[in-house]
Design a protein around this ligand. Structure first.
Ligand code: BG6
Ligand code: MG
Length: 261
């Protein structure tokens, strides 16, 4: 489709050197996910699982502001570049990275208290989130999927997920929410997506994960699901399909491309 922002991986053929239109390289050991009997799949058989931060909304800037405030209080240098290391990482693991940067050690109780402080500040920002901060096209895409009868789950490490969905006014589009309060193992462990698929009652074979992080794409594959990378193909090249964002993406086009993978 002309103007489609979808980018499929298109490595040159080793024999001919030509770039095929549709050719997907799968990580070694990752099972072929296309349903075996090749029949056309009904849209409503699918489950969509969405990461939150970086896929639905850019909360990284608020995490940064809150962590920066804490780091300043602790006299630890902390830059936006350091903040990249915290994307997709749990709250406690994020604090541990910051303490490592500052070469500090703390007791468990101290660390819990610092996480709480950071989160109080973070929640102050999140409470002011507005619908306009939804990433371009994502609400339309969610609504299309919902209208097509596709089951939709959130799969995020953030314990603040319900508040964020509520502030963005999209809670009712989700059939299930799996957040940091429900899982103990971080991506690339598949726990968050396996739990989401169970909640939806959809076989992993029919689940599609939308992720902006490499660890999230790996988590999808570890769960036996297909992954759509949101971002750049250079970084998310393991995904079956990579798109820069949801603007002008239709559910129908996307599923057709995935079915051909
Ligand atoms: C992830 C973010 O989605 O959630 C991380 O990418 C964050 O940066 C993690 O640390 C946990 O979030 P929260 O809201 O539970 O502190
Ligand atoms: Mg993310």
């Amino acid at each position: 489709r002309q103007g489609s922002p979808a980018i499929l991986r298109d490595q040159p053929d080793q024999r001919t050197g030509k770039k095929p239109d549709l050719r997907i390289l799968r990580p070694a050991g990752c099972k072929q996910l296309t349903p075996t009997n090749n029949r056309r799949i009904q849209m409503s058989q699918y489950g969509f699982l969405f990461d939150l931060d970086g896929v639905i909304v850019d909360t990284a800037k608020y995490h940064f502001l809150a962590w920066k405030r804490l780091a300043d209080e602790l006299d630890i240098p902390f830059t936006e570049q350091d903040n990249e290391r915290l994307k997709g990482v749990s709250r406690m693991a994020s604090l541990e990275i910051i303490l490592e940067i500052g070469n500090r050690t703390m007791t468990e109780d101290e660390k819990q208290a610092l996480c709480q402080r950071k989160n109080d500040w973070y929640v102050e920002y999140i409470k002011k989130l507005e619908k306009s901060e939804l990433l371009p096209g994502v609400e339309n895409f969610l609504k299309q999927a919902h209208a097509a009868g596709i089951k939709i789950a959130l799969g995020s490490a953030s314990k603040n997920s319900p508040l964020i969905l509520d502030r963005l006014g999209i809670t009712e589009l989700f059939d299930a929410v799996v957040d940091g309060t429900r899982v103990s193992r971080a991506k690339p462990d598949p726990e968050v997506f396996v739990t989401g698929a169970e909640d939806l009652g959809i076989d992993p074979e029919y689940c599609v994960v939308f992720e902006d992080a490499v660890a999230g794409v790996q988590a999808a594959h570890n769960a036996g699901m297909k992954a759509v990378g949101i971002g750049s193909p250079e970084i998310l090249g393991q995904a079956e399909l990579v798109i820069p964002g949801f603007a002008n993406v239709t559910v129908n086009d996307l599923l057709q491309k995935l079915e051909n993978v």
